[in-house]
Design a protein. Structure first.
Length: 392
């Protein structure tokens, strides 16, 4: 249970994947840009992001599948870095030779996002508020410009262009990755032939924006946050711990939590002694979050929250306007019991696309995990994914 919970808390790497049929060895690479101009018109110097690839790029460079990752994830979508790795990438069950996203056919690329939530993980390469501003020699902090989902997409596009790629066979992403996937299809329709949105949405509604703000407020209320200027002092680890715990709680379904956590005894002694004592269920939620907090960066989490809160596909005034340019075949795979990005959000986006005469498929993923069905129950849609990627 300890190992399972440690991975749960990250949302990114809950790894209950099947054993590898054949080991995939992957290498983290770095893509650099001298400067990048954000969608909002601000310039960021010396941008670096990590990326991974699986499979082989064909001569025509038209067999590319881009995987876009979720909020607390990174580009490690499949395979292992070494024999010492205890776990493979988060979607290893569907990415690899002979799998749904078949690396015998496709060249699969995944990229660390700007402002990645976990810049202190050894295999994450990202530019964000914790990075050194070349003009000052100090961390950016809140001087780092606000970035959007479009900015994540644009940096990925720059990497692809650097590789001589100008077309995507498909873009596939889960959760925040699904926002990037549909943004790709809306912003660059000539690039995208197929788009798969897993546990996602075309825009965020007021309910969801409010929920995300709770994650941000947990950090802002930590005295060590200091308005984002904490890099020369103690990091706001209590705020990060609270934010991570809230993310985990929202991303999981009661069906799983109530099975995983021992049933609370009647009137537990610790609970009667003091209101400051944590009950067993709360200890279960917070223990690994505290241990993992130093790997995250508080400001990075805040910037990711804002990028998600601002999201409307196509960055137009309305979702309907943003969806108009999409020409890709689309597949929506929400989780039927998702409490974070509820399935009505994907269903609404799919319906608007249908009304425009677009080619749309919609199926729900079932399982005990809630939002995390998009990671742990994804293999139930392996055949559908394979067909979607191969059918003209």
């Amino acid at each position: 249970m300890t190992r399972l919970w440690t991975t749960v808390i990250s949302i990114a790497v809950l790894l209950i994947s099947l054993p590898l049929a054949a080991e995939q060895w992957v290498e983290k690479k770095t893509f650099s840009m001298d400067s990048y101009t954000t969608h909002g018109g601000e310039t960021i110097k010396d941008v670096k992001v990590g990326w991974e690839s699986y499979g082989t790029l064909n001569e025509a460079k038209d067999n590319v599948v881009l995987i876009t990752h979720f909020f607390s994830g990174n580009s490690h979508a499949a395979g292992k870095y070494s024999e010492d790795d205890q776990q493979a990438g988060y979607w290893d069950s569907i990415i690899g030779p002979g799998k749904a996203i078949d690396t015998d056919k496709y060249y699969v690329i995944s990229v660390d996002s700007l402002v990645n939530a976990y810049p202190n993980l050894p295999n994450v390469i990202t530019t964000g508020p914790a990075s050194i501003d070349p003009d000052t020699g100090k961390p950016y902090g809140l001087d780092f410009p606000v970035v959007t989902i479009r900015d994540f997409v644009n940096v990925q596009k720059a990497l692809l262009e650097d590789l001589g790629i100008s077309k995507l066979h498909a873009v596939v992403g889960a959760s925040m990755g699904s926002l990037q996937a549909i943004e790709w299809a809306a912003a660059y329709p000539n690039w995208v032939e197929r788009m798969v949105s897993v546990i996602g949405a075309g825009s965020l509604d007021a309910w969801t924006i409010m929920g995300l703000e709770q994650w941000a407020q947990a950090i802002k209320l930590d005295p060590n946050w200091k308005g984002g200027d904490y890099y020369d002092s103690d990091a706001p680890l209590d705020g990060i711990t609270m934010a991570q715990a809230m993310i985990t709680h929202g991303a999981m379904h009661p069906e799983y939590i109530n099975q995983a956590v021992p049933k609370q005894e009647t009137l537990p002694e610790k609970g009667l002694e003091s209101v400051t004592h944590e009950l067993p269920a709360v200890e279960w939620l917070y223990a690994a979050s505290r241990a993992r907090a130093p790997l995250a960066d508080a400001n990075h989490i805040l910037y990711l929250v804002r990028a998600n809160q601002l999201f409307v596909a196509g960055h137009q005034d309305t979702l309907k306007d943003g969806l108009k340019n999409i020409s890709a075949k689309t597949l929506f795979l929400p989780s039927s019991n998702d409490l974070l990005l509820m399935p009505y959000m994907a269903e609404n986006t799919a319906e608007q696309l249908r009304e425009m005469g677009k080619e749309v498929q919609y199926e729900e993923i079932n399982g005990p995990w809630g939002h995390l069905n998009g990671l742990f129950s994804i293999q139930q849609k392996a055949e559908l994914l394979s067909e979607f990627l191969t059918t003209e």
